[in-house]
Ligand binder design. Structure first.
Ligand code: GLN
Length: 189
């Protein structure tokens, strides 16, 4: 069975494991870099990107996840996970994996829209009710990055080869289709 890891340093881990398993794959909690050898794909969850980034440095995950990516294994980052996968962020200095050719803006929607739901039309998936929580957005992308969803003309989901990111949290809805899409990416490798 396809095994998908969820990075468990901080954040919404259990919800992703539940969605992976409901979507027909096996979920594995990843606490140590060597555990990455046992999974074919990885999800980096939402949480606080500064905290997750610091812990990644401390536990040796920065190089381990870059290696994982270099081997062609798919990675999906939700919310804070998207920030960590971005090449750059618009403000501040914090540890990043810097793997995907996007620039992310943290807490981009501001106070009025700290958390909200929005109806998206996701490429290859269709209509999707998305939950945003202190979400970042994708400020800019480079060639080779495919925008998969926009909200009010703002880019909120994208893919570049084996990398997938969303500013929202599909693990907090009952809808399994984004996880199914990612599992397919992993199976296609
Ligand atoms: N605001 C958080 C950050 O900047 C992300 C929020 C989330 O992952 N739900 O890291």
């Amino acid at each position: 069975m396809t095994k998908i890891g969820v990075l468990a340093l901080q954040g919404a881990v259990r919800e992703h494991i539940y969605h992976i398993e409901e979507a027909g794959a096996a979920g594995k909690i990843i606490k140590w870099p060597h555990e990455l050898d046992r999974v074919a794909g990885l999800i980096i969850p939402g949480g606080e990107s500064t905290t997750i980034g610091k812990l990644m440095v401390e536990y040796g995950f920065i190089d381990a996840i870059r290696d994982f990516h270099a081997k062609g294994r798919p990675i999906y980052g939700t919310c804070a996970g998207m920030i960590l996968l971005a090449k750059r962020i618009t403000e501040g200095d914090q540890p990043l994996l810097s793997l995907m050719d996007i620039e992310a803006r943290r807490n981009a929607f501001g106070r009025q829209r700290e958390s909200f739901e929005a109806d998206l039309d996701i490429k290859g998936i269709g209509a999707f009710k998305a939950v945003f929580i202190r979400a970042p957005w994708i400020e800019s992308i480079s060639d080779g990055v495919d925008v998969m969803a926009e909200f009010d003309n703002i880019k909120v989901m994208a893919r570049q080869g084996s990398l997938l990111v969303s500013a929202f949290h599909p693990e907090l809805t009952g809808d399994l289709r984004v996880h199914k899409y990612f599992i397919e990416m992993v199976r296609e490798v």
